[in-house]
Ligand binder design. Structure first.
Ligand SMILES: Cc1cc2nc3c(=O)[nH]c(=O)nc-3n(C[C@H](O)[C@H](O)[C@H](O)COP(=O)(O)OP(=O)(O)OC[C@H]3O[C@@H](n4cnc5c(N)ncnc54)[C@H](O)[C@@H]3O)c2cc1C
Length: 291
C-alpha cells in the first residue's frame, strides 16, 4: 500500500526546483511514475511530498542540429523518441531500442529522464546513450552542471545527482562520419528488461581501421558499465570476425554479472560475449556505409 503524501504540482521547472530545494530530504519527484509508483507500492520509498513534473511543457522537447547534436528534454516520453523521424535518420539505434522497451502504454507515459534517474542497470536507454557519448544536464535552484552519462552511476540505483538536483536535459553529440551504433538486449519476451544487454559504437578511419569504439553493457554489473578492455581490443585494429570474437571475450571477462532466478552468472557471461561480438560486427557494418 502507498503511504499518504502531499502532492505538489509545479507549473515550471524553476518552480519544481524551488519546491525540491525546500523539501529535498523528504520528497520524491514523479514524472511518468512507471518506476516510482512500483517502488512506492513495494514500500521501498515513502516520501512525504511528491513533486509532479509530468505536465511541465518547457522540458518536453526533442531537437537536433548538426553542430550541437541531439537534445532531449527531461519530460520527453519514450514514445516521442520512438516516433521521431529525425532519430530514425540520425540515431536509428535509439528508435530500435525504444521499440523494444516495455509496452506502448509504458512508453506513452514513461520518460527518458525518469528512466536515467532511476539508475536501473537493466534499463535500455543508458547503454545506448553512453555508446553515443551522451551527457545529462542537471539543475538545482542555484546552478546547472553537465555530467557525462558514463560517469553518472556510482552504484546500484544511485546517481551523481545531489538531492536538490533534477535532470533537465539529455545531450547527445552529432555522430562522427563513418560511425555505427548497435544495441541488443537478451530477454525471453520482446518487451521485458534485458537479462543482459550490449551496445557498441564503432568509428572508422579512412583506411578502414577502427578509430574509436565504445562497448557498453547492461545487467552485467551493479551499474551500466563500459567494457574498456573490449574497447582496447577494437581501437586501432583492422576489424574482422577474430577481433570481434576477442572483444566479446574481453567484455565477458571484465564484467561482473550476478546469478539470479533469470540466469546464472556463467550464462550471463556467455550471452555478453555473444551479444558484444554480434553488436561490434553490426556497428562496423553500419559504419562502413555511413556518410
Ligand atoms: C511494465 C513495465 C515494463 C518496463 N520495461 C522496461 C524495459 O524493458 N526497459 C526499460 O529500460 N525500462 C522499462 N521499464 C521502466 C520504465 O521505462 C521507466 O520506469 C520509465 O521510463 C521511467 O520514467 P518515468 O517518467 O515513469 O519515471 P518515474 O517513475 O516518474 O521516476 C523514476 C525515478 O526517477 C526520478 N525522476 C523522474 N524524473 C526525474 C528527473 N527529470 N530528474 C531527476 N529525477 C527524476 C524519480 O524521482 C524516481 O526516482 C518498465 C516499466 C514498467 C512499469
Amino acid at each position: 500500500m502507498i503511504s499518504d503524501f502531499t502532492y505538489l504540482k509545479p507549473g515550471s521547472m524553476k518552480e519544481a526546483l524551488l519546491m525540491l530545494a525546500e523539501h529535498q530530504e523528504e520528497c520524491k519527484v514523479i514524472c511518468g511514475g512507471q518506476s516510482l509508483l512500483v517502488i512506492m507500492r513495494q514500500g521501498l520509498t515513502s516520501p512525504e511530498y511528491v513533486i509532479d513534473i509530468k505536465g511541465i511543457k518547457e522540458t518536453d522537447y526533442l531537437t537536433y542540429d548538426a553542430k550541437d547534436g541531439l537534445k532531449i528534454g527531461a519530460t520527453c516520453t519514450h514514445r516521442t523518441l520512438e516516433k521521431s523521424a529525425v532519430l530514425k535518420e540520425k540515431y536509428p539505434v535509439l528508435v530500435e531500442m525504444e521499440e523494444k522497451l516495455a509496452s506502448i502504454q509504458v512508453r506513452n507515459w514513461g520518460t527518458v529522464g525518469g528512466n536515467l534517474a532511476h539508475g536501473d542497470p537493466a534499463g535500455d536507454p543508458a547503454p545506448v546513450l553512453i555508446a553515443l557519448g551522451a551527457s545529462v544536464k542537471v539543475a538545482s535552484a542555484e546552478a546547472e552542471r553537465t555530467i557525462a552519462l558514463d560517469e553518472f552511476y556510482p552504484d546500484l540505483f544511485e546517481t551523481e545527482m545531489h538531492k536538490d538536483e533534477l535532470i533537465v536535459e539529455i545531450q547527445v553529440p552529432s555522430r562522427p562520419p563513418k560511425s555505427g551504433t548497435k544495441y541488443q538486449k537478451f530477454n525471453l519476451l520482446d518487451s521485458d528488461m534485458g537479462m543482459v544487454a550490449s551496445a557498441v559504437t564503432i568509428t572508422l578511419n579512412g583506411d578502414g581501421t577502427c578509430k574509436d569504439a565504445r562497448v557498453v553493457l547492461g545487467s552485467a554489473a551493479p551499474t551500466v558499465i563500459r567494457a574498456k578492455n573490449a574497447e582496447k581490443v577494437l581501437i586501432g585494429a583492422k576489424l574482422d570476425d577474430a577481433v570481434f570474437e576477442k572483444a566479446g571475450e574481453a567484455a565477458s571477462i571484465e564484467c561482473s554479472p550476478v546469478s539470479d532466478i533469470h540466469a546464472s552468472e556463467e550464462y550471463r557471461r556467455h550471452l555478453i560475449k555473444v551479444l558484444t561480438k554480434r553488436m561490434a560486427k553490426a556497428a562496423w557494418e553500419q559504419a562502413k556505409i555511413s556518410g
